[in-house]
Design a protein. Sequence first.
Length: 173
Amino acid sequence: MGDVLDETEGTPHNAAASAGDSTASVPAHQFPTATSIDYTKEKYKYEAYLPYSTQGRQPPLEEFVHVDVGMRADPEKKRLFGVSDVIIQEVTPNVGTEIQDIQLSQLSPEQLDDLALLAAERGVVIFKDQDFADIGPEKQKKYGEHFGHLHVHQMGIHIKDYPQILPVYRDAE
């Protein structure tokens, strides 16, 4: 894939992980991002999601073939909605659907295809009370890869060893 160019040394570091290769090594220069709490002294349940940054630049973006997984979906979305006790509510007539009593982390690949079609049709899909924080970053990455190529943002923070995952972090301050 590509190399991360260290701006201070001018030496390349393996960045294949940033291009979606899950078997490649992670860039070597990852640093914790400052937070208002010193998590080296306090235990934090979601430590794997604390913000990190990586020195250097990502390689230029490369073209890739996108496969729209929604094209494989059942137009009636029976695989997604066929689960018992699912509650479906339209937020507005044209945009937005809230779905209750489905855990996104438990959906099959076929159900994810149906979800992709629903998101394309409705624009916004809302799922509350999800267990995503508890499944870990590796499963989250695999989940995202189902929908396509994952992007590494040039300027964003990420979670350690997963430059494709940008944390939304807020501490007590």
